[in-house]
Design a protein around this ligand. Structure first.
Ligand SMILES: NC(=O)c1ccc[n+]([C@@H]2O[C@H](COP(=O)([O-])OP(=O)(O)OC[C@H]3O[C@@H](n4cnc5c(N)ncnc54)[C@H](OP(=O)(O)O)[C@@H]3O)[C@@H](O)[C@H]2O)c1
Length: 341
């Protein structure tokens, strides 16, 4: 249960952060994915009104981070905001940014993994991993794990177990695909996939053509399944040390996410949202997940519209989460097992 049963679809991040102001005060918070006209903007503006000790904005485009910092300082001139530029599609860029974090802080109470991309064509990351999976999941996996010592330091100094958290922004689109362990780079046609890796039946051809190996929507869905499974594994590994992870579907918000899609793709996206939220509403569920003190005792979970919600089984099964953890370690060339260390 969350604290406020009245919070829902229409609730704004402004309302949520006003309610949990005490839980934001004094915290060191890292927001990954911060640009104007994105959920990151609304998350950053909401948090900065409530006196965090430090807000670090990490994102791909330095000029966009700086514009956002100016917007924050126009409202709260003394907000302690720092920037970190990184490209989640490049593991060397992520490793460089994690090193740079040493100059910013040794302690992170909250990480909000909000960045993601949505591209129409089959592209790969610097390391040759399908772009959505490689950036939205593998990039976040590497960054978060490299920063876990900072998170564990915060948890060890916190009087409140469960208040140190890692929030992964996902999407209802996770239902479009399980993790394709045998084909995460989308080289197989539908019929060639094992049953448990196939997208759900009955998808319109515009979303998935069984004759074509690559569907950007299904690929985005796979990466968003990765975000939920990552939260499952993080909570399993870290809950005894006072750290929890929650995954969040923000709802449908017209941000920059669809900017790379052609007119047909944009039209398709427009049909997916029953209710279109404002940016402030879209940022609300992540703020519940990050700061609601009633969730300190929860065993992790998936939230939508500011409440716990069911996610697809392919995104919540702890055995699949462990399998993804191993694959992710393989793809970043490093093992991360913080259990018992
Ligand atoms: N909007 C929706 O309706 C919706 C629905 C479901 C889930 N979500 C999820 O909500 C989160 C935020 O989405 P949004 O709608 O705010 O999207 P957005 O406007 O496109 O913002 C995405 C953010 O991620 C950053 N980013 C993208 N690629 C990056 C990379 N390679 N390295 C570092 N940063 C990168 C972007 O930076 P630049 O601007 O510099 O590229 C931007 O700050 C995502 O996880 C998304 O999957 C959104």
């Amino acid at each position: 249960m969350t604290s406020c049963s009245k919070f829902g679809e229409a609730t704004t991040a402004t309302e949520v952060t006003n309610t949990f102001s005490e839980q934001i005060k004094g915290k060191n918070i890292l927001l990954v994915g911060a640009s104007p006209n994105s959920l990151g903007e609304h998350i950053a503006l909401s948090i900065s009104r409530h006196s965090p000790s430090l807000l670090i904005l990490a994102s791909r485009t330095a000029s966009k981070i700086n514009t956002l910092i100016s917007s924050i300082h126009a409202i709260t001139p003394n907000s302690p905001v720092k920037s970190l530029t990184l490209d989640l599609s490049s593991q060397s860029s992520i490793r460089k940014a994690a090193k740079e974090m040493e100059t910013l802080t040794s302690k992170l109470d909250i990480i909000i993994n909000n960045a993601a991309l949505n591209v129409p064509d089959c592209e790969t990351t610097t390391e040759g991993i399908e772009m959505h999976f490689g950036t939205n999941h593998i990039g976040m996996f590497l960054l978060t794990n490299l920063l876990l010592p900072n998170v564990l330091l915060a948890a060890s100094q916190s009087a409140i177990p469960g208040s140190t958290r890692i929030i992964n922004l996902t999407s209802a689109g996770h239902r479009l695909s399980p993790i394709r362990f045998s084909d995460f780079n989308f080289l197989k046609k539908y019929e060639e996939l094992p049953e448990e890796e196939k997208p759900p039946t009955g998808l319109p051809k515009a979303l998935m053509d069984p004759e074509v190996t690559y569907s950007p929507f299904v690929a985005y869905g796979q990466s968003k399944t990765g975000n939920i499974l990552f939260s499952v594994s993080l909570t399993e590994r870290l809950k005894d040390r006072g750290v929890l992870s929650f995954s969040v579907h923000p709802g449908s918000i017209w941000t920059g996410l669809a900017r790379n899609l052609d007119a047909q793709g944009q039209a398709l996206i427009k049909t997916t949202g029953k209710v279109w939220k404002s940016g402030d509403q879209g940022a609300a569920t992540a703020m519940v997940a990050a700061f609601d003190p009633k969730m300190n005792d929860m065993p992790g979970g998936y939230l939508a519209d500011c409440q716990f919600a069911p996610a697809a089984e392919h995104a919540t099964d702890p055995k699949i989460a462990e399998r993804l953890w191993s694959l992710s370690e393989e793809l970043v060339g490093e093992k991360f097992d913080m259990r018992g260390k």
